[in-house]
Design a protein around this ligand. Structure first.
Ligand SMILES: C[S@@+](CC[C@H](N)C(=O)[O-])C[C@H]1O[C@@H](n2cnc3c(N)ncnc32)[C@H](O)[C@@H]1O
Length: 353
């Protein structure tokens, strides 16, 4: 006599699968017109965020490049159910220097040379979206002079959604928080596009030191983006006392990254955790602690090796870049007469292999 349980009757109901992420159900419609450096996941995510804004504050895109992030936000705004009733919060404000850099020249291969202005191209690409975007040309500076905050953001109005993709160095990150931070509405969403990028350690450091002001909202899969909910508390005192690169002695760097890994690691997945470890190494390098940078990178290696197959190629790319970047800088910065540590020698040898 067979003891096998009878097969369950097959249901005729078509039960939809729950979306794995809230924005999967309403993706960006079609294909974006603007060239972008973002992944499809990030485009869908930005579209979802703007689609769910409530008009209680501005939508701002810092570092729009050729307009991909701006387009995702503007289409999300157009698709927002509240939009047809009128949108008092105005268009998406998109900031950029609009000056093509050398990697941009290579990446875009669009007939423009490094140093040339690409604002007209972005304006033309976004034209079908009518008045939903407002482009702002200029550099966000690393240091603020009197009146700069009002010049950069003349509206001085509440902000509901802030996409940051131009915090490419430590002082600019501080400026962004000083100019736009005071206008964030409690509950506003801040997207940090470079949070999971190996070479931007200031971003996790700021967030590790501002956990009372920002709580992690989403880690966008297959991308470097992580978003935060603004809880309030960016007081003038707090903004005057933001962490500076020169505040960190070598042991402080380890301490802040131990904290960052503890706070964010569990939400970021393996790829995110590895990028935090690579950023720790870069933080040491930017601070001039070359042997510690090499040690931190070497310590990150076993985690890289153990990663799951689907993230391995992306990680390998990050690791290769991090390795080459750090080895090159280590070589260049080695002071005459200072013998290289064993860790530094091993790093340089592996990068050369
Ligand atoms: C990685 S790209 C942004 C990609 C874009 N969000 C997209 O969807 O493709 C970074 C952009 O930030 C701009 N940028 C970098 N630093 C800046 C600064 N300090 N002020 C203004 N723009 C800046 C660059 O010109 C570049 O276009």
């Amino acid at each position: 006599m067979s003891t096998a349980a009878p097969a369950p009757a097959r249901s005729r109901l078509r039960i939809p699968e729950a979306p794995r992420v809230p924005w999967e159900a309403t993706p960006f419609p079609g294909t974006p017109v603007c060239p972008t450096l973002l992944t499809r996941f990030e485009i869908d995510y930005l579209h979802h965020l703007a689609r769910n804004c409530t008009a209680r504050g501005r939508i701002i895109d810092l570092g729009c490049f050729f307009g991909g992030s701006t387009e995702a936000l503007a289409v999300g705004l157009r698709d927002n159910a509240r939009f047809p009733m009128g949108w008092p919060a105005g268009p998406v404000l998109a900031y950029d220097s609009f000056v093509l850099c050398s990697w941009g020249e290579r990446a875009m291969n669009c007939g423009l040379r490094a140093g040339e202005c690409f604002m007209d191209r972005v304006r033309a690409s976004l034209a079908p979206l009518g008045g939903l975007t407002d482009l702002r040309k200029g550099w966000i500076p690393g240091a603020l002079a009197s009146g700069d905050a009002e010049r950069i953001y003349p509206e001085q109005e509440p902000i509901e959604l802030l996409m940051i993709d131009c915090a490419k160095d430590w002082p600019v990150m501080s400026t962004i928080l000083r100019v736009f931070g005071p206008h964030l509405e409690p509950g506003a969403v801040v997207v940090q596009q470079d949070f999971k990028h190996f070479s931007t350690p200031w971003i996790p450091v700021f967030h590790a030191m501002l956990t009372d002001c920002f709580s992690l909202l989403h880690s966008v899969p297959a991308s470097a983006s992580v978003s935060f909910r603004y809880e309030g508390g960016l007081t003038p005192e707090r903004l005057a006392d933001l962490p500076r690169t020169e505040d960190f002695a070598a042991d402080d760097i380890d301490a802040v990254w131990d904290a960052a890994e503890g706070i964010f690691g569990p939400s970021l997945g393996e790829f995110g955790l590895v990028t935090l470890r690579l950023q720790r190494a870069h933080h040491f390098a930017y601070a001039g602690h070359w042997p510690r940078a090499a040690e931190a990178l070497n310590r990150a290696e076993p985690g890289v090796a153990a990663l799951a197959a689907e993230t391995a190629s992306k990680i390998a790319w990050e690791r290769e870049n991090a390795l080459r970047n750090l080895a090159g800088r280590t070589r260049a910065e080695a002071a005459p007469g200072r013998p290289l540590s064993a860790a530094e020698q091993a790093l340089i040898a592996r990068a050369g292999a």
